[in-house]
Design a binder for this molecule. Structure first.
Ligand code: SF4
Length: 485
């Protein structure tokens, strides 16, 4: 289902290392799964900030020569997810500006649900925006004298933001890294010799041999400079309920990473085990739909005792940039990326484990290719509940009408996907597998319970398909009622 979800990002930052830009490059490379539309690095020498960035994968966007030109001891980086439509260079992050308080660069993971309102207010005051990104409003606020006069201007700005955000801000002499009060996205702190490191996922620490120190607390600002580390809060501890994105466990994060206090592989395996208990199948072979479902398939195999095998080969050389927006081409791309192994699946009753199903068109194509390869029966098991609701917190799902589970029963979805049986993991089963407590998670795309305010009369705009769309409050009735955080 991976090509059905767009817009999530990866962050990295390092202070106090002579090869900061090169290490940032590696940190972004390790987090390439979080964003493939563009990559950028900003590096500072204590006085000024330089930016290098481009469209595409890290290896396409940044060249060795770029890194040599920004060989400074402080750096931040960002990878952004691919969309099937066009992506524009102004939206590449980090965003770097020179304003009344000097140079600032910002990299963001998440979605500011009140960005549209804030932006409109600034535009009415004559401010000029150069991107369609919600992130840019943060820079306008930091340059705003009304916030600059506060004792802690950054904290004052952050208190005005609503939504989800991990931010890594680069000033000429330091990094300020922030996690929102709900802790919706992961952000961790690491140590490499004398250098301090921040990253969305611990896999980025591993790749540069940095030691994991701890996760950022929700509502925490950490300042990293050559003179060390200091930390402060911009909201009181426990002021908002935690709302970790459970989809990080289901699909986004790398299996080797530890996020929200758990290893991702372990959680995915537990999701598969729970699925086997809730939805057993009479079958000969468990196969995963690569790559994300491999851990869940392993859990299903361990719990059910059914043999596990490979159902597909993966073509590693098909990049996301190949994916075209039309459905026929998308179907062909699925076949190119995942080719069924006839010798493994022909004549056998398969339990096929998927991490999630979004539009269903991709999954349907995969199931058809297994049938074409001779599979006798296909029992599709999905290691998460049906996705029925949009995400307003930075994940660009297709519109609600495009979700295969919207308005359909499980039996109707089964018929559409063309499988012999279909079962999803329950919400309770998913939360129990994640273990750290159901009240700590956002699961709005599954349940419709939005933990962070998305009151349409408040934010007056949403990001859809990567673009900011304003609307009148009367248009926004599909949004769910929300409780204050
Ligand atoms: Fe994550 Fe879904 Fe919540 Fe969005 S709505 S933050 S994808 S759990």
């Amino acid at each position: 289902m991976s090509s059905d979800i767009r817009h999530h990002c990866g962050l990295f930052g390092i202070v106090g290392h002579p090869d900061a830009a090169e290490l940032t490059y590696l940190g972004l490379y390790a987090q390439q799964h979080r964003g493939q539309e563009s990559a950028g690095i900003c590096a500072a020498d204590g006085k000024k900030i330089a930016l290098r960035s481009g469209l595409g994968l890290v290896t396409d966007a940044l060249r060795q020569r770029d890194l040599a030109e920004i060989h400074n001891p402080i750096a931040i980086g960002h990878v952004r997810y691919s969309t099937t439509g066009s992506c524009s260079e102004p939206n590449i992050q980090p965003l770097l500006v020179t304003c009344s308080i000097g140079q600032i660069a910002v990299a963001h993971n998440g979605n500011l649900v009140n960005a549209a309102r804030l932006r409109r207010e600034y535009e009415e005051d004559g401010h000029i925006f150069v991107t369609t990104s919600d992130t840019e409003v943060v820079l306008h606020m930091l340059a705003d004298r009304r916030f600059g006069e506060k004792p802690d201007p950054l904290a004052a700005v952050l208190r005005q933001l609503c939504g989800t955000y991990c931010l890594v801000l680069l000033y000429p002499d330091r990094i300020e890294a922030v996690r929102d009060p709900s802790g919706n996205r992961p952000l961790c702190l690491g140590r490499l010799g004398e250098a301090w490191v921040v990253a969305s996922e611990t896999c980025a620490l591993d790749i540069i041999d940095a030691a994991y120190v701890r996760d950022f607390e929700p509502g925490e600002i950490v300042t990293l400079s050559r003179s060390g580390l200091s930390t402060r809060r911009f909201v009181e501890a426990g002021a908002c309920r935690r709302a970790h994105c459970i989809f990080e466990y289901v699909y986004f994060a790398d299996p080797s990473s530890d996020i929200f206090g758990e290893n991702v592989h372990r959680v995915r395996r537990a999701l598969g085990s729970a699925l086997a208990r809730e939805a057993p199948a009479d079958a000969d072979l468990v196969v995963a739909v690569p790559n994300c479902a491999r851990c869940a398939a392993l859990g299903y195999h361990e719990e059910s005792g059914i043999a596990i095998g490979r159902g597909f080969t993966t073509n590693h050389y098909v990049g996301r940039s190949f994916i075209q927006p039309t459905q026929p081409i998308r179907d062909l791309t699925v076949r190119l990326k995942l080719n069924p192994i006839r010798g493994s699946v022909a004549g056998r009753r398969l339990v096929v484990v998927e991490d999630s199903v979004v539009r269903g068109t991709t999954t349907r194509g995969k199931m058809q290719s297994l049938r074409d390869a001779g599979a006798k029966e296909i029992h599709l098991r999905v290691a998460s509940p049906p996705i029925r609701y949009p995400c307003y917190y930075g994940i660009d799902f297709p519109s609600r009408e495009e979700l295969v589970a919207d308005g359909r029963t499980v039996e109707e979805i089964r018929a559409y996907l063309g499988v012999d049986s279909l079962a999803y993991l329950s919400l309770e089963g998913m939360l129990a597998a994640a273990k750290t407590g159901s009240t700590d998670f956002c699961h709005a795309c599954f349940s419709g319970e939005y933990p962070i305010p998305i009151d349409p009369t408040f934010h007056k705009g949403v990001f859809e398909q990567g673009q900011l769309r304003f609307f009148d409050a009367t248009e926004a009735t599909p949004l769910q009622p929300v409780k204050p955080c």
